[in-house]
Design a protein around this ligand. Structure first.
Ligand SMILES: Nc1ncnc2c1ncn2[C@@H]1O[C@H](COP(=O)(O)OP(=O)(O)OP(=O)(O)O)[C@@H](O)[C@H]1O
Ligand SMILES: [Mg+2]
Ligand SMILES: [Zn+2]
Length: 230
């Protein structure tokens, strides 16, 4: 006897699911919903950002884009083989070079595959600092950030408050222990990484790829181009 049930989605037709699966909903609908849910959380300025529309004019940019594409493929392969995602990224370097753009492009492609993803700025993350179990909504957010399969923390700032450092460390360390994928973004150059918590950097160094973003600020390029069009 087959271990599978044949189900029918009104939109996508027949599909098979394991008989004892907890969730038997259509996999195509599930992926679409996961992407739509993620898009709702995005800053509007980055709704269109993708790997496809990242313009490369230098070999460094091209190499970085290709690396991001390969990284996405690797994560999807690991997810499909039910392996822990394990690897991560650290984007560091100059302002306006497309760090946030590429990170969100990566998250969109992963969300499309039904992988759970979340984007948060470090400043917003620190708003979740505070005593445990006081505010259940905050506690829920912290738990979600620890559990999501892929988390981007953007604009990592220098943290002077010990409780801020502990909150970030606790999230990164829980993810590290569970072999989850974390992507950190910072304007700090590699030689100055010691201004960040060394426990965080050490964990990232073990499994993440560090990519420098050292080219020209795209915001000024884009402004020059649009001024010419006027
Ligand atoms: N190579 C590129 N091709 C197309 N658009 C780009 C490129 N680089 C950056 N952009 C666009 O320029 C703007 C700035 O990019 P982004 O916000 O990703 O930079 P950043 O490196 O995160 O900067 P910051 O460190 O200041 O946060 C965004 O609107 C982004 O979509
Ligand atoms: Mg940014
Ligand atoms: Zn469906």
């Amino acid at each position: 006897m087959s271990d599978y049930d044949v189900m029918n989605c009104p939109e996508h037709g027949e599909y098979k699911v394991l008989r004892d699966a907890v969730d038997k909903s259509c996999p195509v609908c599930k992926k679409r919903k996961s992407l739509q849910t993620f898009l709702k959380t995005l800053p509007p300025a980055y709704l269109e950002a993708s790997l496809d529309n990242y313009i490369t004019t230098t070999s460094d940019q091209k190499g970085t884009l290709e690396f991001c594409q390969a990284f996405v493929e690797k994560l999807i392969e690991r997810h499909n083989n039910q392996l822990p995602l394990r690897i991560g990224l650290v984007f560091f370097g100059r302002t306006g070079t497309g760090k946030t753009h590429l990170a969100l492009g990566i998250l969109k492609l992963l969300a499309e595959e039904g992988i759970t993803v979340e984007y948060i700025t470090c400043t917003d993350l620190l708003k979740l600092d505070g005593p445990m179990n006081v505010n259940p909504a905050v506690e829920k957010d912290r738990t979600r950030l620890k559990k999501v399969q892929v988390l981007v923390i953007d604009d990592l700032v220098k943290m002077n408050l010990p409780s801020n450092r502990e909150l970030l460390f606790n999230i990164i360390d829980t993810r590290y222990q569970h072999l989850a994928c974390t992507i950190l973004i910072t304007n700090v150059y590699e030689r100055n990484f010691k201004q960040h918590d060394e426990r965080v950097i050490s964990r990232m160094q073990e499994r993440a790829y560090f990519l420098p973003f050292m080219w020209e600020d795209y915001r000024s390029t884009a402004k020059r181009l649009s001024a010419k069009e006027c």
